[in-house]
Design a protein around this ligand. Structure first.
Ligand code: SF4
Length: 374
C-alpha cells in the first residue's frame, strides 16, 4: 500500500480496469459469486461488467445477505442542512457556481438554529451541514459556530464543506463534529481541471487528500463520492472503490461511506451525455458489487433518486438514506423549491419514508450515536 491515496491512484491502472470491466467474461463474475466475496479490484470490475448483468439477481441476493449480516435490518436516516450557497468555485455542472446569477445566502446563526430545530422536529438526529466553498466561512469561525449550534440538539453532526486543513478539521472535531464528506466528483486527473476551471476546487490533489486529512484530525466517519454522469462512470466507480478500500485498510477505526449520486438537472443547465449516466440497473449492480467487495462499507442513497428507485433498492445494500431534503439554505423552516442546488426526486415526508422502510421489513434508525459512546 502506498503512503498516500494519490500515489495509490496513480499506481493503479484504473483506465485498464475500466476497459476490462466493459468486456469481462461472465465466468469471472460467476466465480466471484460462487466464492461469496470479491477479493481484488479486478473482481469488483468484473462484477460491474455489462456481461455480468444476467447475474444481477444472484448478486442482489448475496449483497442483501452480507448487508443483513453486518448491518442487520437498519437504515440510518439523515438530513442535509445547506447553510450557505455562496461559492467561489465554477464547477461546470453546478447551479451554485459563481457564474450563475442566483439568490445567494449564508444563514445567520439564528437561521441555522431554526433550521436545526425544524429538522429535529421532523425526527432526524443525524445532520449533515453543507456549505459551498467560501474561504470566509472557514476563516471567520462560521462553521465552528454552526457545528456547535447543531450539536445543541443533534447527537451526530457531520460536514460537507470546502476541503480544509488538518488544523481546521481538528477544531471542528473539538466543536463536536463526527464526520466529514467530500465528493471527489471525478477521479480522472486529466478531465478534472476542465470540469473545475477556476477557484480552489481546481486543485485535484488537495481535494483528493481531504479524507486523509480528516482522518488524521480524528473524524469518526468519512464519506466519499463520485458524481456519476459528468464523465466515464465505470472508471470513476472503480477508482472510488479503490479509494474506499485504501482508507479502510489505512484507517480501520474510521467508518467509511460512499455515495452514488447521479447528475440531476440544476440551475447551471449542464448538459449530461446519456451514455455517461448509469441506468437504474447499473446503480443496483454497482451497489451490490461494492457490498460484495467491501462488506462493511456504508452506502448512502439520497433524495436525488426517485421514490420508485429508492423503494426498489431497500434491503439490497444501502445503509443510509436521506428524506424530505432541502438543498436550499433556509429550506426547512421556510419550504420552497426555488434556488436549490439540484432538484430532489423523492419528496415524501420523513414519516412517510420511514413507513416505506418498515413495509419492507427494515428499521429506520434516527439516532445511532451519542458522544457518551466515544
Ligand atoms: S459543486 Fe460545490 S464547489 Fe462546485 S460550484 Fe457547486 S457548490 Fe460550489
Amino acid at each position: 500500500m502506498k503512503d498516500t491515496f494519490l500515489e495509490e491512484l496513480r499506481a493503479t491502472d484504473t483506465k485498464g480496469l475500466s476497459e476490462f470491466s466493459a468486456r469481462a467474461p461472465i465466468e469471472r463474475a460467476r466465480a466471484v459469486l460462487a466464492r461469496g466475496h470479491a477479493d481484488t479490484l479486478e473482481d469488483f470490475a468484473a462484477l460491474i461488467s455489462p456481461n455480468a448483468r444476467p447475474l444481477l439477481e444472484d448478486m442482489a441476493r448475496l449483497s442483501a445477505g452480507i448487508t443483513k449480516k453486518y448491518f442487520g435490518m437498519n437504515v440510518r436516516m439523515f438530513a442535509p442542512l445547506y447553510v450557505s450557497n455562496q461559492c467561489v468555485n465554477n464547477c461546470v455542472y453546478c447551479g451554485f457556481a459563481i457564474r450563475n446569477s442566483i439568490e445567494r445566502k449564508t444563514l445567520s446563526f439564528d437561521e441555522v438554529r431554526q433550521e436545526v430545530a425544524a429538522i429535529y422536529d421532523l425526527g432526524f438526529r443525524n445532520i449533515l451541514l453543507v456549505a459551498s466553498e467560501n474561504p470566509k466561512l472557514v476563516s471567520s469561525g462560521y462553521m465552528d459556530e454552526c457545528i456547535k449550534i447543531a450539536r445543541e440538539k443533534m447527537p451526530d453532526v457531520s460536514i460537507e464543506i470546502a476541503p480544509s486543513s488538518v488544523e481546521d478539521y481538528r477544531r471542528y472535531v473539538a466543536s463536536g463534529c463526527e464526520g466529514l464528506t467530500v465528493f471527489q466528483e471525478t477521479y480522472d486527473e486529466q478531465i478534472y481541471p476542465d470540469l473545475h476551471p477556476s477557484g480552489p476546487k481546481h486543485d485535484f490533489k488537495w481535494r483528493l487528500a481531504t479524507p486523509e486529512r480528516g482522518i488524521e484530525a480524528g473524524m469518526r466517519i468519512v464519506g466519499l463520492g463520485a458524481l456519476l454522469g459528468i464523465c466515464d462512470w465505470r472508471r470513476d466507480i472503480i477508482s472510488m472503490a479503490l479509494h474506499a478500500q485504501y482508507l479502510t485498510r489505512k484507517a480501520w477505526r474510521t467508518k467509511i461511506s460512499v455515495s452514488l449520486p447521479r447528475m440531476r438537472p440544476s440551475a447551471g443547465g449542464f448538459k449530461v451525455l446519456p451514455e455517461n449516466i448509469p441506468t437504474d440497473a447499473d446503480i443496483v449492480q454497482i451497489m451490490c458489487a461494492l457490498r460484495i467487495f467491501l462488506n462493511r462499507l456504508s452506502i448512502v442513497v439520497s433524495t436525488r433518486e426517485s421514490r420508485k428507485f429508492r423503494d426498489g433498492i431497500m434491503g439490497l445494500g444501502v445503509t443510509q438514506m436521506s428524506a424530505y431534503s432541502s438543498t436550499r439554505p433556509g429550506g426547512y423552516a421556510h419550504p420552497s423549491r426555488d434556488g436549490e442546488q439540484f432538484c430532489i426526486n423523492d419528496d415524501r415526508t420523513p414519516a412517510e419514508f420511514a413507513s416505506a422502510l418498515r413495509a419492507k421489513g427494515l428499521c429506520p434508525v434516527w439516532k445511532d450515536f451519542d458522544s457518551a459512546f466515544a
